[in-house]
Design a protein around this ligand. Structure first.
Ligand SMILES: Nc1nc(=O)c2c([nH]1)NC[C@@H]1CN(c3ccc(C(=O)N[C@@H](CCC(=O)O)C(=O)O)cc3)CN21
Ligand SMILES: CC(C)C(=O)C(=O)O
Ligand SMILES: [Mg+2]
Length: 286
C-alpha cells in the first residue's frame, strides 16, 4: 500500500464485502480495493443456486473453478474438465448472481497450445457464459496467453504456486520452498502483472513467500494455503462448507458441516417415507 492510500479515509460504502454497491463488480473495483488496502473473500461456485446464496451473502468474487472436476463432476482431479462443462456451469453461476464478479477457470488443454487457443476458449466463456474474467495457470509459461487475452479485452487472473493442472509433473506439494523457487515465484508474479493480469492466485506457498510476492506487486494477490498476508483469500466452497467427502487440504477451514446436515435431512425424509409420516394432509391435494 502506498503512503497516500494508507492516509486516505476509507469509504466503507464502496467496500467489496459489506459495501452498498448493487451493480456487478468489475476488475476496476478490485484495483480500487487494493488501493484502499481492503482484504476480500472469494469462493468457488459451480451452480446457480449455491452462487445465489453466496451473492446474497455479499461474496464479491466467485471462481467457477476447474475444481468442479473433483468437487462437482466426480472426476479424481481437475485434469479431465472440458470447455463444454466449464461453459455450462459458468453460465449457471452467472445466471444465479447479480453482483459478484464471476471468473471462469480455463481448464487443462484449453490454453496450453498457445495464445490463439487461449483467446478462442476465453472468448467462449465471455460470450456464451457471460463471465467477467478468466483465470489460467502459470506465470512466464502463460505470458503470451495473458497478453493476447488482455489485449482482446478479457481480464485475466493468474494462478501460481501449486497449479493442479500440472499434478502429473508437480504432485500436490508446497511450492516455492527453496530460495530459487521463491525467486521464480516472484518473477512469475511480476511477469503476470506486466502481461496485464489484474490479480494473482498463490496456491500452497510458504506465507513468507506469499507476503513477499504481495509486497512486490501492484495488483492483488489471492491466497489459498498461502498464509495471512495476501490481499484476498479463496477457498473451494465445498471444503469451506464441510460438504467435500474424504480428505481436504490442511489449509481449509470448515465453517459448516453440510455433509452431516444434508445426510441427516435425507435420512429424516427416508424414515418418514418408510414409516408413513410423509406426506401428511398439508402436502396432499384432493
Ligand atoms: N476439494 C478441493 N479443494 C481444493 O483446495 C482443491 C481441489 N479440491 N482441487 C483442485 C485443487 C487441488 N488442491 C490441492 C490438492 C491437494 C493438496 C494437498 O494434499 N496438500 C497437502 C500438503 C502437501 C504438502 O505439505 O506439501 C495437505 O495436507 O494439505 C493441496 C491442494 C487445491 N484445489
Ligand atoms: C483453488 C482455486 C484457486 C482453483 O483454481 C479452483 O478451484 O479450481
Ligand atoms: Mg483451478
Amino acid at each position: 500500500m502506498t503512503l497516500q492510500a494508507a492516509q486516505k479515509p476509507t469509504d466503507s460504502s464502496k467496500a467489496l464485502y459489506g459495501g452498498k454497491g448493487t451493480r456487478r463488480i468489475t476488475v476496476h473495483d478490485i484495483a480500487a480495493a487494493k488501493e484502499r488496502g481492503e482484504k476480500w473473500p472469494m469462493l468457488t461456485a459451480y451452480d446457480a443456486m449455491t452462487a445465489s446464496v453466496f451473492d446474497e451473502a455479499g461474496i464479491p468474487v466467485m471462481l467457477v473453478g476447474d475444481s468442479m472436476g473433483n468437487c462437482h463432476l466426480g472426476y479424481e482431479t481437475t485434469v479431465p474438465v472440458t470447455m463444454d462443462e466449464m461453459t455450462l456451469l459458468s453460465a449457471a453461476v452467472v445466471r444465479g448472481t447479480k453482483r459478484a464478479l464471476i471468473v471462469g477457470d480455463l481448464p487443462f488443454g484449453s490454453y496450453q497450445e498457445g495464445p490463439v487457443q487461449a483467446l478462442r476458449n476465453a472468448t467462449r466463456l465471455v460470450k456464451d457464459a457471460g463471465v467477467g474474467a478468466i483465470k489460467l495457470e502459470g506465470g512466464e509459461r502463460s505470458l503470451g496467453q495473458t497478453e493476447l487475452l488482455v489485449q482482446a479485452g478479457i481480464p485475466v487472473m493468474s494462478h501460481l504456486g501449486l497449479t493442479p493442472q500440472s499434478v502429473n509433473t508437480m504432485g500436490y506439494r508446497v511450492q516455492g520452498r527453496s530460495d530459487e523457487a521463491a525467486h521464480r515465484l516472484v518473477r512469475d508474479a511480476k511477469a503476470a502483472q506486466d502481461a496485464g493480469a489484474f490479480a494473482v492466485v498463490l496456491e500452497l506457498v510458504p506465507a513468507e513467500v506469499a507476503a513477499e510476492v504481495t509486497r512486490s506487486l501492484q495488483i492483488p494477490t489471492i491466497g489459498i494455503g498461502a498464509g495471512p498476508d495476501t490481499d484476498a483469500q479463496v477457498l473451494v466452497w465445498t471444503d469451506m462448507a464441510g460438504l467435500t467427502g474424504g480428505k481436504v487440504p490442511r489449509f481449509t477451514k470448515q465453517y459448516a458441516n453440510l455433509r452431516q446436515t444434508l445426510g441427516d435431512a435425507a435420512k429424516a425424509f427416508a424414515d418418514d417415507v418408510v414409516g408413513g409420516a410423509f406426506p401428511q394432509e398439508e402436502h396432499t391435494f384432493h
